[in-house]
Design a binder for this molecule. Structure first.
Ligand SMILES: [Zn+2]
Length: 106
C-alpha cells in the first residue's frame, strides 16, 4: 500500500517483493486513464544487485505488443522515490536471507 496516495494517483495497489530467479518485482494495479473501472496489471523486474530493469510487462493493449505504456513509465519513475527504494532494499535483504537459507541446505 502507498501511504502517501494522492486522489489522482492511478496506482491502486503496489507490491515490492523478491522472487527466486526473477529478482525484485514491483507489481502494481494501475487504473486505466480512459476507463476508470478498468485496472491493468503492470510489473517490473529489477536485478537485485545492479538495480537495473530486466523485465517489464503490462496487461494493457500496448503491453500485449511489448510496447512501453505510461503505466510502466510511472512505475519506472517510482523506482527512484525514497519510499520504493526502501521497499526494494527490504526485498533485497529478504533475498539475501533466502539465499543464505538455501546455502545452508547444501
Ligand atoms: Zn500498460
Amino acid at each position: 500500500m502507498i501511504s502517501t496516495q494522492i486522489p489522482k494517483n492511478p496506482i491502486k495497489r503496489l507490491d515490492v517483493f523478491y522472487t527466486l530467479g526473477e529478482g525484485v518485482i514491483i507489481s502494481a494495479d494501475v487504473q486505466s486513464r480512459t476507463r476508470k473501472d478498468l485496472i491493468h496489471y503492470s510489473r517490473i523486474a529489477i536485478d537485485p544487485i545492479s538495480l537495473k530493469i530486466v523485465k517489464e510487462s503490462c496487461s494493457c493493449e500496448a503491453g500485449a505488443f511489448h510496447r512501453k505504456c505510461w503505466r510502466l513509465k510511472v512505475l519506472e519513475q517510482l523506482i527512484s522515490s525514497e519510499e520504493i527504494k526502501a521497499k526494494i532494499e527490504k526485498a533485497r535483504q529478504e533475498m539475501m536471507q533466502i539465499e543464505e537459507d538455501i546455502a545452508s541446505w547444501g
